[in-house]
Design a protein around this ligand. Structure first.
Ligand code: XUL
Ligand code: CO
Length: 444
């Protein structure tokens, strides 16, 4: 059965195409710095938004019209797998991602839940034999069911903690079975609502114990996927422990977990933390911890996680700048943790959204590569820090100074001179590079 009967395979037609169901900039075969766009961008479809999301929000019921919704229970789960692989093929995406509860319904108890998962995992594995689409990552949903109301691996209730361990154990087994390249931990309810009833130290220690046990189990079963922490400052919990990359990194360092984890940086989580997307990517990158990306965008007028499809070229350019400087994403990818808006309820909107997101990152990648090749920002940064390449600056960098020596030096200085930071000039140049993308310089 076909779930997207009216859709053909989406192909690259170039920027002049007026076909809404064609890529204008994403050409999987075109190379950027020695990698094809497909290899560099590693796009992934998020199962939860695309096949499970129904458009409901806290004020209203679902709006989405989906062919698979004619079924319920396990039949619905199976229909979603069929629809998913049809969409993957038609969009030509190399990866997908899911939470355990996205692919199979929870049963009356954990045993039943496992049985449901086993059926669907076997079906997915079968589809993967003939599909090019691979599993970028899987994860366990430990935030939707009421049992997680006080958290999972940070719950004050040891029974809940054990249940969470069982879910992640199964998730690691599923990841191995399906060849997942990464395994994600997003701590949706790993945080607190009020310190009045919270033992923060115990919760953080328990979370670290949990991660060590996960690491040990993955090793035991020979599952060598990269583990990823996905920082988010709040929502649903008021304060989440993995607030941002810097906070997550301090946690990993304290508990001796830096060799086990990298970060899955999400654009809209960065902005919720009061950072830009590129800030979070930079913090991860300079610490050798950039693992993967949840590619979406927030709404500047709203203070919550809107998970929109990324279309802001300025943001995709600065993000791709970091990713290219990182040498790519390794086993990670650009996962669309993004949902079509409640008003975009037709199935064809799923295609428009993914095409727009893929094209936006393709443009970002091309512009960023040109900025790097032309040394536009590097030359400015190099010049700005050049005082550290000679004289007293070089001595500072080489660790040959102390406060006595620096004081002596400063006393002889008189008044210091500074140079302009030139940020308006740089922003103008970036606009120029972006506009060249529109006017066709990159359009081949
Ligand atoms: C929630 C979020 C999650 C994670 C996976 O904000 O980003 O969907 O990506 O649990
Ligand atoms: Co996410």
């Amino acid at each position: 059965m076909s779930y997207f009967k009216n859709m053909n395979k989406v192909t690259f037609e170039g920027p002049k195409s007026s076909n809404p169901f064609a890529f204008k900039y994403y050409n999987p075969e075109e190379t950027i710095n020695g990698k094809t766009m497909e290899e560099l961008l590693r796009f992934s479809v998020a199962y939860w938004h695309t096949f499970v999301g129904d458009g409901s929000d806290p004020f209203g019921a679902g709006t989405m019209i989906r062919e698979w919704d004619q079924y319920t229970g396990m039949d619905l789960a199976k229909a979603r797998v069929e629809a998913a692989f049809e969409l993957f093929e038609k969009l030509d995406v190399p990866f997908f991602c899911f939470h355990d509860v996205d692919i199979a319904p929870e049963g009356q108890n954990l045993r039943e839940t496992y049985a449901n998962l086993d059926d669907i995992v076997a079906m997915i594995k079968d589809y993967m034999k003939t599909s090019k689409t691979k599993l970028l990552w899987n994860t366990a949903n430990m935030f939707t069911h009421p049992r997680w109301l006080h958290g999972a691996a940070t719950s004050p209730n040891a029974d809940v903690y054990a249940y969470a361990a069982a879910k992640v154990k199964k998730g690691l087994e599923i990841g191995k079975e399906l060849g997942a390249e990464n395994y994600v931990f997003w701590g949706g309810r790993e945080g607190y609502e009020t310190l009045l009833n919270t033992d923060m130290k115990q919760e953080l220690d328990n979370l670290a114990r949990f991660f060590h046990m996960a690491k040990d189990y993955a090793k035991e079963i020979g599952f060598d996927a990269q583990f990823l922490i996905e920082p988010k400052p709040k929502e649903p919990t008021k304060h989440q422990y993995d607030f941002d990359v810097a906070t997550g990194l301090a946690f990993l360092q304290k508990y001796d977990l830096t060799d086990t984890f990298k970060f899955n940086v999400e654009a809209n989580h960065a902005t919720l933390a009061g950072h830009t997307f590129e800030h979070e990517l930079r913090v991860a990158r300079i610490n050798g911890m950039l693992g993967s990306v949840d590619a979406n965008q927030g709404d500047t007028l709203l203070g919550w996680d809107t998970d929109e499809f990324p279309t802001d070229l300025y943001a995709t350019t600065l993000a791709m700048y970091e990713i290219l400087k990182n040498g790519g994403l390794g086993t990670g990818g650009l996962n669309f943790d993004a949902k079509v808006k409640r008003g975009s309820f037709d199935q064809e909107d799923l295609f428009h959204a993914h095409i727009a997101g893929m094209d936006a990152f393709a443009i970002g990648a091309k512009v960023a590569q040109r900025l790097i090749e032309d040394g536009v920002l590097d030359s400015v940064v190099e010049d700005r820090y050049s005082s550290y390449t000679k004289g007293i600056g070089l001595e500072i960098v080489e660790g040959q100074t102390d406060f006595h020596q620096l004081e002596q030096y400063a006393l002889e200085l008189g008044e210091v001179g500074n140079k302009s930071g030139r940020q308006e000039k740089l922003k103008g140049i970036i606009n120029q590079y972006l506009l060249e993308a529109y006017t066709g310089v990159y359009a081949s």
